[in-house]
Design a protein around this ligand. Structure first.
Ligand SMILES: [Zn+2]
Length: 98
């Protein structure tokens, strides 16, 4: 990321880009890509049955388990970290309490 204030660009949009050369160039490039894609695919539309097919496919497979598994791994990591750190800091906490 060229600009350290990129988050400003996301929050303020054009206001940030007005005084930031990097972000102005980024917005212009994005607008170019947008215009090119719109020009190239303006006459193309998805077949009417596509949306229904995609919905059927999603319903047949059921929701993905990946987010739940990632959640579980994340919580396991947090608990493992707590199990390692807590015994180390208990004496410090006890000492601070008096
Ligand atoms: Zn910027």
């Amino acid at each position: 990321m060229a600009c350290p204030d990129f988050e400003d660009l996301l929050r303020e949009g054009g206001e940030h880009a007005a005084h930031c050369e990097h972000c102005r160039a980024l917005l212009e490039a994005a607008a170019d890509v947008d215009a090119t894609l719109e020009g190239a695919f303006a006459g193309v539309s998805a077949p009417p049955a596509l949306a229904a097919s995609v919905r059927r496919l999603g319903a047949a497979r059921g929701p993905s388990m990946v987010p739940e598994v990632l959640d579980l791994i994340g919580w396991a990591a947090v608990l493992a970290l707590a199990a390692v750190l807590l015994p180390r800091f208990l004496p410090v906490i006890e000492a601070l309490r008096g």
